[in-house]
Design a protein around this ligand. Structure first.
Ligand code: TTP
Ligand code: MG
Length: 367
């Protein structure tokens, strides 16, 4: 059964950069990025739309960004300011509904099905939110309005920046049919490539493939693909996120015999973990780090410690402790972090670095 809801997905435009332009008008109209220093292997957190014309984007090395646009101004992130703006925006959301699912500091789903303001028109509510953010926070926020989360998220990107796009229930099939499969949640580069090989590039193509074939190629994701390709998505807006930890692990073809061999594997695992964290940037603050060790005899142990950041040194000492518990060859190593949702973090005072799960946190320069 499908549920009909009124969902708004709100997403600020070039969030960190918008705040910086708001606070320093000299930065308006010129290419601007927020991120780490090019000279210290820094990374771009975001950039304004002028800078995007040069092909600059989030997670790009600041050095590369400078090469693409020598006039680019790069400023250090000021997380405190961004958190304050985020809290103000959240207050505006709360005027319309309590069913809010923040995805990051600048982005949230709102379920306004039960809201009676503006005759219950989600379109008018979205416009009111956009106007209030403009008036009270002095930045722009784009919105997508649709009967479900998937379509609302795609829609908020449709008329960015400073835009709104509405998908009415009777427009769903037309809207979704034109979408490239890459727009589907869960379809990354590899899956998109696999689909391309099967002649599938848009949702319209996907609609013509039967469930059996999709299951054969994409496993249990097949059923979800059938639904998404028709614009069906029954996920509710969740007010408190349930994810508690993120981890990556590796089972080795040949057991690791000594502690040194284990320590040598850590950098690769940490890199993988950082990659996973990019997907959920801004949603959580790091609470703990842990290492999991499974020994040759299948005994397994997990060692953890309180920590607000991803520290390689911590992983080394956790690994040492774990290894010593078994003192046996190791067949599997894992590294991970335990998380607290940002909603909790927003109400606590948290230290500067705790919220920054993204790459740039490691390389903040001081230009
Ligand atoms: P986004 O909403 O992904 O990007 P944006 O708001 O800068 O631009 P857009 O107009 O396309 O929405 O991310 C919100 C903020 O999160 C962004 O301003 C900076 C931060 N961020 C990072 O620190 N690292 C990243 O890799 C990304 C994607 C974002
Ligand atoms: Mg944004």
């Amino acid at each position: 059964m499908t549920t009909t809801r009124k969902i708004i997905h709100c997403d600020c435009d070039c969030f960190y950069a918008s705040i910086e332009m708001r606070d320093n008008p000299a930065l308006v109209g010129v290419p601007l990025a927020v991120g780490g220093s090019p000279s210290r292997r820094g990374v771009i957190a975001t950039c304004n739309y002028e800078a995007r014309k040069f092909g600059i984007h989030s997670a790009m090395a600041s050095h590369t960004a400078r090469v693409r646009c020598p006039d680019l101004i790069i400023i250090k992130p000021d997380m405190q300011k961004y958190r304050e703006a985020s809290a103000l925006i959240h207050e505006i959301f709360k005027r319309y509904t309590d069913i809010i699912e923040p995805l990051s500091l600048d982005e949230a789903y709102l379920d306004v099905s039960a809201c009676s303001v503006h005759q219950g028109s989600a379109t008018l509510i979205a416009e009111a939110i956009r106007q209030q953010v403009k008036d009270e926070v002095r930045i722009t926020i784009s919105a997508g309005v649709a009967p479900n989360k998937f379509l609302a998220k795609v829609a908020s990107d449709w008329n960015k920046p400073d835009g709104v796009f509405v998908v009415e229930p009777d427009q769903i099939l037309d809207f979704v049919s034109q979408l490239p499969v890459k727009k589907l949640h869960g379809v990354g580069k590899v899956t998109a490539q696999k689909m391309k090989a099967l002649g599938i590039t848009t949702c319209k193509d996907l609609q013509t493939i039967d469930l059996e074939t999709l299951t054969k190629h994409f496993g249990s994701f097949g059923e979800r693909l059938v639904n998404l390709s028709q614009g069906i998505d029954d996920r509710a807006v969740k007010t408190s996120r349930t994810r508690k930890s993120v981890s990556v692990e590796n089972t080795y073809a040949k057991d690791l015999q000594a502690l040194d061999e284990c320590l040598n594997e850590l950098p690769e695992l940490e890199q993988k973990l950082e990659k996973r964290l990019q997907d959920i940037h801004g949603q959580y603050k790091i609470h703990k780090q842990f290492v999991k060790v499974k020994f040759h005899d299948f005994e397994q142990t997990t060692v953890e410690m309180l920590s607000g950041e991803l520290s390689s040194e911590n992983y080394r000492s956790l690994c040492l402790e774990g290894f010593e518990r078994g003192d046996n060859p190791v067949r599997l190593l894992g590294v991970g972090i335990r998380l607290q949702p940002l909603t909790e973090a927003l109400t606590n005072t948290v230290s500067e670095n705790q919220l920054m799960l993204t790459l740039e946190s490691k390389d903040i320069g001081d230009e």
